[in-house]
Design a protein around this ligand. Sequence first.
Ligand SMILES: [Zn+2]
Length: 253
Amino acid sequence: MTNATGPSRVTRLSVSVAINPTTFHFTLPPGHRPQFAPLKEELHPAFGWLTKNRARSRRRDVFESIDTIVIHATAGFATEHAVDTWKERKASAHWIIPDENEAEHGHFIWATVAEAKAAYHVGNVDYEPILGEGPNVNDRSLGVELVNTQNVEYYRDPYSLWQIDMLARIVLYAWAKYPNLKHVISHASLDPSRRTDPGENFPWEVFKDKVLTQSVLEERHPLVLAASDKSVPPDTDNLNLAVTDRAGHCCEP
Ligand SMILES: [Zn+2]
């Protein structure tokens, strides 16, 4: 990845052959979940308002129900344009990845809606042929917005390498955290008649490779790795029992 401090050092990714964004979909291989995948996120100033006013409670438990992560692009130049649009309309997503012309680029991503809530990032679509049986897309998913014009009005806006790295890190973070996460998919694939994001210039194969090889993960602190080596309770429905046995005493939660 780049440690860009100014626009001159930003690496942009040009796609030699445009690919139909309605084909952007892959599944995460079972048994390869990363154990740790920290995320360098900052809460956007509108995080609380958006979580309260542009999201709702999930109809099922968040830990169990998340099986999909949806990739969007804003079709604009700036994070604030996207947030303003969300405030005006009934829309939102869980994270925004700034564009290379923004000060935050190269430093951190914005968390915009709490993961526990269902953000309003996918409209009414026939999702079961793609995702399989399950709750509504917004109930079962997390949504990520990349700030990118998607070449609207012939304005060329290649995605930056940092944006793709951060997107891959979000997927790995979510995969580590939510055991049923399986689908990584574009908004265009879920809603092909109405949406094209993240656009035909999104480097899907580069992104997919970064997720599946987990090459974008940073090294964890040695103390965290040492803690992970200690025994954990068996993966059982009766977790309370396992905890009680380990502690040797106590109690209802
Ligand atoms: Zn979208």
